[in-house]
Ligand binder design. Structure first.
Ligand SMILES: [Zn+2]
Length: 287
Protein backbone atom coordinates (compact mmCIF):
# COMPACT_ATOMS: atom_id res chain seq x y z
CA UNK A 1 0.00 0.00 0.00
CA UNK A 2 1.26 3.44 -0.91
CA UNK A 3 -0.88 6.15 0.77
CA UNK A 4 -0.89 9.71 -0.55
CA UNK A 5 1.56 12.25 0.91
CA UNK A 6 4.22 9.55 1.45
CA UNK A 7 7.39 8.38 -0.27
CA UNK A 8 9.43 11.57 -0.36
CA UNK A 9 13.15 10.82 -0.75
CA UNK A 10 14.46 14.26 0.28
CA UNK A 11 16.92 13.98 3.20
CA UNK A 12 15.47 16.14 5.98
CA UNK A 13 19.02 16.61 7.31
CA UNK A 14 18.01 17.32 10.89
CA UNK A 15 21.70 17.50 11.88
CA UNK A 16 22.06 20.75 9.87
CA UNK A 17 19.08 22.59 11.31
CA UNK A 18 20.80 24.01 14.39
CA UNK A 19 23.89 25.06 12.40
CA UNK A 20 22.82 28.58 11.38
CA UNK A 21 26.10 29.28 9.53
CA UNK A 22 25.78 26.14 7.45
CA UNK A 23 22.12 26.88 6.66
CA UNK A 24 23.08 30.43 5.58
CA UNK A 25 25.81 29.00 3.33
CA UNK A 26 23.38 26.49 1.84
CA UNK A 27 20.82 29.23 1.18
CA UNK A 28 23.53 31.13 -0.71
CA UNK A 29 24.58 28.17 -2.85
CA UNK A 30 23.84 28.12 -6.56
CA UNK A 31 22.04 24.79 -6.15
CA UNK A 32 19.55 26.15 -3.59
CA UNK A 33 15.90 26.04 -4.64
CA UNK A 34 12.85 27.79 -3.25
CA UNK A 35 9.43 26.10 -3.34
CA UNK A 36 7.00 28.24 -5.29
CA UNK A 37 3.70 28.71 -3.51
CA UNK A 38 0.52 30.66 -4.17
CA UNK A 39 -0.16 31.52 -0.52
CA UNK A 40 -0.25 27.95 0.82
CA UNK A 41 -1.10 26.13 -2.39
CA UNK A 42 1.55 24.51 -4.59
CA UNK A 43 2.56 26.08 -7.87
CA UNK A 44 2.74 23.28 -10.46
CA UNK A 45 4.56 23.15 -13.79
CA UNK A 46 2.94 21.82 -16.96
CA UNK A 47 3.87 18.23 -16.03
CA UNK A 48 2.12 18.59 -12.66
CA UNK A 49 5.43 18.70 -10.74
CA UNK A 50 6.16 21.15 -7.93
CA UNK A 51 7.61 24.39 -9.31
CA UNK A 52 10.88 25.69 -7.80
CA UNK A 53 12.64 29.03 -8.21
CA UNK A 54 15.82 30.78 -7.08
CA UNK A 55 16.12 32.00 -3.50
CA UNK A 56 16.33 35.57 -4.80
CA UNK A 57 12.59 35.25 -5.40
CA UNK A 58 12.04 35.34 -1.61
CA UNK A 59 10.31 38.54 -0.53
CA UNK A 60 12.42 41.03 1.47
CA UNK A 61 12.41 40.20 5.17
CA UNK A 62 10.64 36.87 4.67
CA UNK A 63 12.02 33.87 6.55
CA UNK A 64 13.08 30.52 5.15
CA UNK A 65 12.20 26.99 6.17
CA UNK A 66 14.89 24.42 5.35
CA UNK A 67 13.11 21.37 3.89
CA UNK A 68 16.25 19.27 3.43
CA UNK A 69 18.73 18.10 0.80
CA UNK A 70 17.70 16.71 -2.58
CA UNK A 71 21.08 15.22 -3.48
CA UNK A 72 23.36 18.30 -3.58
CA UNK A 73 20.47 20.76 -3.78
CA UNK A 74 19.28 22.43 -0.57
CA UNK A 75 15.49 22.88 -0.65
CA UNK A 76 13.73 25.76 1.09
CA UNK A 77 10.14 26.96 1.50
CA UNK A 78 9.08 30.55 2.18
CA UNK A 79 7.56 31.16 5.60
CA UNK A 80 4.43 32.78 4.21
CA UNK A 81 2.68 35.12 6.67
CA UNK A 82 -1.06 34.62 6.84
CA UNK A 83 -3.61 37.19 7.98
CA UNK A 84 -5.87 34.61 9.65
CA UNK A 85 -5.88 30.90 10.31
CA UNK A 86 -5.50 28.79 7.19
CA UNK A 87 -8.57 27.10 5.82
CA UNK A 88 -9.45 23.57 4.86
CA UNK A 89 -8.60 24.51 1.28
CA UNK A 90 -10.87 22.35 -0.90
CA UNK A 91 -9.52 24.19 -3.97
CA UNK A 92 -6.14 22.49 -3.59
CA UNK A 93 -7.73 19.05 -3.96
CA UNK A 94 -7.88 19.56 -7.74
CA UNK A 95 -4.11 20.17 -7.75
CA UNK A 96 -3.47 17.14 -5.55
CA UNK A 97 -5.28 14.95 -8.11
CA UNK A 98 -2.40 15.74 -10.51
CA UNK A 99 0.51 15.49 -8.06
CA UNK A 100 2.73 12.48 -7.32
CA UNK A 101 2.68 11.23 -3.69
CA UNK A 102 6.35 12.32 -3.34
CA UNK A 103 5.64 15.90 -4.43
CA UNK A 104 2.51 15.99 -2.29
CA UNK A 105 4.61 14.83 0.67
CA UNK A 106 7.16 17.62 0.26
CA UNK A 107 4.49 20.26 -0.21
CA UNK A 108 2.57 18.88 2.81
CA UNK A 109 5.68 19.28 4.95
CA UNK A 110 6.00 22.93 3.92
CA UNK A 111 2.29 23.65 4.30
CA UNK A 112 2.04 22.12 7.78
CA UNK A 113 5.14 23.99 8.98
CA UNK A 114 3.92 27.33 7.58
CA UNK A 115 0.53 26.97 9.24
CA UNK A 116 2.13 25.90 12.50
CA UNK A 117 4.33 29.04 12.57
CA UNK A 118 1.34 31.24 11.85
CA UNK A 119 -0.75 29.61 14.59
CA UNK A 120 2.04 29.68 17.19
CA UNK A 121 3.53 33.15 16.90
CA UNK A 122 3.33 33.86 20.64
CA UNK A 123 4.91 31.98 23.50
CA UNK A 124 2.34 29.74 25.19
CA UNK A 125 4.06 30.24 28.55
CA UNK A 126 4.49 34.04 28.81
CA UNK A 127 2.80 35.52 25.72
CA UNK A 128 5.89 37.16 24.21
CA UNK A 129 6.21 37.00 20.41
CA UNK A 130 8.50 34.04 19.69
CA UNK A 131 11.17 33.74 17.00
CA UNK A 132 11.95 31.02 14.47
CA UNK A 133 14.92 28.74 15.14
CA UNK A 134 16.24 25.36 13.97
CA UNK A 135 15.98 26.54 10.33
CA UNK A 136 12.21 26.79 10.61
CA UNK A 137 11.67 23.61 12.66
CA UNK A 138 10.95 25.33 15.96
CA UNK A 139 10.11 28.57 17.75
CA UNK A 140 11.87 29.98 20.78
CA UNK A 141 10.73 32.64 23.25
CA UNK A 142 13.24 35.52 23.63
CA UNK A 143 11.81 36.30 27.09
CA UNK A 144 11.47 32.96 28.95
CA UNK A 145 13.49 30.71 26.56
CA UNK A 146 10.59 28.24 26.15
CA UNK A 147 11.02 26.14 23.01
CA UNK A 148 8.19 24.88 20.80
CA UNK A 149 8.34 22.29 18.08
CA UNK A 150 5.94 21.69 15.18
CA UNK A 151 3.03 19.63 16.39
CA UNK A 152 1.36 16.70 14.68
CA UNK A 153 -2.22 15.85 15.62
CA UNK A 154 -3.06 12.11 15.52
CA UNK A 155 -6.39 11.28 13.89
CA UNK A 156 -7.86 7.78 13.66
CA UNK A 157 -9.68 6.91 10.44
CA UNK A 158 -11.38 3.56 10.33
CA UNK A 159 -13.60 1.02 8.67
CA UNK A 160 -15.87 -1.05 10.87
CA UNK A 161 -16.65 -4.36 9.17
CA UNK A 162 -19.61 -6.67 9.74
CA UNK A 163 -20.84 -9.60 7.67
CA UNK A 164 -18.71 -8.75 4.63
CA UNK A 165 -19.68 -5.08 4.61
CA UNK A 166 -17.94 -1.91 5.81
CA UNK A 167 -19.39 1.19 7.44
CA UNK A 168 -19.01 4.48 5.54
CA UNK A 169 -20.21 7.93 6.51
CA UNK A 170 -20.99 11.17 4.82
CA UNK A 171 -20.25 14.69 6.13
CA UNK A 172 -22.40 17.60 4.93
CA UNK A 173 -19.47 19.39 3.22
CA UNK A 174 -18.58 16.39 1.02
CA UNK A 175 -19.21 16.56 -2.75
CA UNK A 176 -22.53 14.93 -3.80
CA UNK A 177 -22.46 11.12 -3.47
CA UNK A 178 -19.16 10.96 -1.53
CA UNK A 179 -18.91 8.54 1.40
CA UNK A 180 -15.74 7.83 3.34
CA UNK A 181 -14.29 6.16 6.40
CA UNK A 182 -15.26 7.66 9.76
CA UNK A 183 -12.53 9.64 11.51
CA UNK A 184 -11.79 11.59 14.66
CA UNK A 185 -8.98 13.10 16.72
CA UNK A 186 -7.22 10.94 19.29
CA UNK A 187 -7.88 12.52 22.68
CA UNK A 188 -5.44 12.89 25.57
CA UNK A 189 -5.29 9.70 27.63
CA UNK A 190 -6.38 7.39 24.80
CA UNK A 191 -4.70 4.67 22.77
CA UNK A 192 -5.29 4.41 19.03
CA UNK A 193 -7.49 1.36 19.59
CA UNK A 194 -9.56 3.16 22.23
CA UNK A 195 -10.00 6.22 19.99
CA UNK A 196 -11.24 4.00 17.12
CA UNK A 197 -13.76 2.28 19.40
CA UNK A 198 -14.96 5.57 20.93
CA UNK A 199 -15.41 7.36 17.60
CA UNK A 200 -17.42 4.48 16.12
CA UNK A 201 -19.59 4.33 19.24
CA UNK A 202 -20.14 8.11 19.30
CA UNK A 203 -20.72 8.70 15.60
CA UNK A 204 -22.50 5.51 14.56
CA UNK A 205 -23.61 3.84 17.81
CA UNK A 206 -21.77 0.59 17.15
CA UNK A 207 -19.43 -1.41 19.38
CA UNK A 208 -16.24 -2.89 17.92
CA UNK A 209 -13.45 -5.28 18.85
CA UNK A 210 -10.16 -6.39 17.30
CA UNK A 211 -8.96 -2.99 16.06
CA UNK A 212 -6.14 -3.53 13.55
CA UNK A 213 -3.68 -0.88 12.34
CA UNK A 214 -3.35 -0.75 8.54
CA UNK A 215 -1.30 2.30 7.49
CA UNK A 216 -0.78 6.03 8.12
CA UNK A 217 -0.32 9.25 6.17
CA UNK A 218 0.34 12.91 6.95
CA UNK A 219 -2.62 15.19 6.17
CA UNK A 220 -1.55 18.85 5.97
CA UNK A 221 -4.87 20.53 6.87
CA UNK A 222 -3.23 21.77 9.00
CA UNK A 223 -1.03 19.11 10.61
CA UNK A 224 -2.67 15.74 11.14
CA UNK A 225 -1.29 12.23 11.08
CA UNK A 226 -4.05 9.95 9.77
CA UNK A 227 -3.89 6.48 11.36
CA UNK A 228 -5.95 4.03 9.32
CA UNK A 229 -7.50 1.01 11.06
CA UNK A 230 -10.05 -1.73 10.52
CA UNK A 231 -12.26 -2.96 13.39
CA UNK A 232 -14.84 -5.73 13.76
CA UNK A 233 -18.34 -4.52 14.64
CA UNK A 234 -20.45 -6.57 17.06
CA UNK A 235 -23.67 -5.62 15.22
CA UNK A 236 -24.90 -3.54 12.30
CA UNK A 237 -27.65 -1.40 13.89
CA UNK A 238 -26.68 2.28 13.49
CA UNK A 239 -27.43 5.29 15.67
CA UNK A 240 -25.99 8.21 13.72
CA UNK A 241 -24.76 11.37 15.44
CA UNK A 242 -26.17 13.94 13.03
CA UNK A 243 -23.96 16.72 14.40
CA UNK A 244 -21.00 14.80 12.89
CA UNK A 245 -22.50 12.84 10.01
CA UNK A 246 -25.22 13.50 7.48
CA UNK A 247 -25.59 9.80 6.76
CA UNK A 248 -23.87 6.44 7.26
CA UNK A 249 -24.39 3.08 5.60
CA UNK A 250 -22.96 -0.41 5.18
CA UNK A 251 -21.45 -1.22 1.78
CA UNK A 252 -20.48 -4.71 0.53
CA UNK A 253 -17.28 -5.63 -1.31
CA UNK A 254 -18.74 -5.37 -4.86
CA UNK A 255 -20.05 -1.91 -3.94
CA UNK A 256 -16.65 -0.78 -2.68
CA UNK A 257 -14.94 -2.23 -5.76
CA UNK A 258 -17.39 -0.41 -8.05
CA UNK A 259 -16.77 2.90 -6.25
CA UNK A 260 -12.97 2.46 -6.46
CA UNK A 261 -13.36 1.78 -10.20
CA UNK A 262 -15.52 4.94 -10.52
CA UNK A 263 -18.31 2.82 -11.99
CA UNK A 264 -21.42 4.89 -12.84
CA UNK A 265 -23.70 2.54 -10.86
CA UNK A 266 -21.45 2.47 -7.75
CA UNK A 267 -23.34 2.97 -4.46
CA UNK A 268 -21.12 5.93 -3.51
CA UNK A 269 -18.39 8.24 -4.81
CA UNK A 270 -15.01 7.08 -3.46
CA UNK A 271 -12.64 9.42 -1.58
CA UNK A 272 -9.84 10.90 -3.76
CA UNK A 273 -6.77 8.70 -4.36
CA UNK A 274 -4.50 10.90 -2.21
CA UNK A 275 -6.68 10.37 0.90
CA UNK A 276 -5.81 7.37 3.04
CA UNK A 277 -9.51 6.45 3.17
CA UNK A 278 -9.08 5.48 -0.50
CA UNK A 279 -6.05 3.28 0.31
CA UNK A 280 -7.92 1.76 3.26
CA UNK A 281 -10.93 0.84 1.12
CA UNK A 282 -8.61 -0.63 -1.52
CA UNK A 283 -6.81 -2.72 1.11
CA UNK A 284 -10.11 -4.00 2.51
CA UNK A 285 -11.55 -4.80 -0.94
CA UNK A 286 -8.46 -6.80 -1.92
CA UNK A 287 -8.44 -8.98 1.18
ZN1 LIG B 1 7.94 32.93 26.89
Amino acid sequence: MRPGFTGCTVDRADHLRLDAERIAALSGSLDARLLRLAMLDPDLDEAGRLAWGPLEALADGAELIFLGMDGEAPLFAPLVRMAGAGQRAWGVFGLLERMSPEDASLWATARSLIEWHNRHRYCGVCGTESVTFRAGWGRKCPNCAAENFPRVDPVVIMLAEHGGRVLLGRQPQYPPGRYSALAGFVEPGESIEEAVARELREEAGIRVANVRYVASQPWPFPGSLMIACIAEAEGDALTIDTTELEDAKWVDRPGVEAALASAPDAPFLAPPHFAIAHSLLRAWARR
